[in-house]
Design a protein around this ligand. Sequence first.
Ligand SMILES: [Fe+2]
Length: 345
Amino acid sequence: MLELGRLDDLPLDYRDALCAQNLVPLWPSLRAVLPPGKPMPRTRPTHWSYEALRPLLMQAGELTPIAKAERRVLVLANPGHGLEKMQASAAIYLGMQLLLPGEVAPAHRHTPNAVRLIVEGEGAYSTVDGEKCEMRRGDLILTPTGLWHEHGHEGDAPVVWLDVLDLPLVYYMEASYVEEGELQSVAGDGGARAYARGGVVPSPLFERRDARYPMLHYPWAEVRVALETLAEAEPGLDAVQVAYINPENGGDCENILGFFALMLRPGETLALPARSPAAVFHLIEGAATAEIDGQTLTLAEADTCCAPGFARVTLSNGSATEPAFLFIADESPLHKKLGVYEVRP
Ligand SMILES: [Fe+2]
């Protein structure tokens, strides 16, 4: 590919004259913004150990009362983007949030979409759009764009969850903002029971629901059974994987990020296709390794890692006798909507 002229090749007075008119020559930056063949991601393969971050998160609980934090979160930041950017990838934000017994994280709503994957503890809940979603290890709870949500804790031990948001993208679009609200009154359980069985949906007097977010709570107990049943029913499957969807229309459960659960069968090694979106892997149960572009990351339970788009990712179950279960978040709904989604062999 032809080497292009550099900024230094241009006379200083010419560059100053461009600056004075708010003008920039394209050719010195052309190869950076349009690299040949594939993107040059800032996102780096990165591993966040739960064992290492947990004491620091608990320390935040002592150092900063909830009233001074509103959301007591340590952000899992990708060094490739610079830690201050608080990004795991171009579109994904990750945070580990701590709620202590008796604390309340007050009601708000915002334009970025969020989900939380419960990592530790019992007795806490999120109220989302008036529906009370009880938190248990591995549960997925949605707080989509514009829906009121608050968190409370009626248990007696710390509760920790992993927040996954499309904040970097929405912020980049200059569309990110929050509103504060009043404590919500509660009715319903986030659809956890109404949509607990696949293949049937509520249809009172022949009418289907057309709510954009009919299901807000996906209990891990149900998802785990779905994976185990799938593994048994179809032993020849390439991968034992399920997607978190809107059960009324089969579409992605949120607009920008996609969410999946994967079971690695005992001893299984699984090479993922190279795809354009970045992805995040969080180990719910078991022991696994993630080899990302030649780097081997060893995941213990509750560990999280991320892979840039087009990365070569191979996941292996470290146990020959027990399954391993992973939660996956990626940017695929965004890439598909924008028409830039690619899978390469
Ligand atoms: Fe929020």
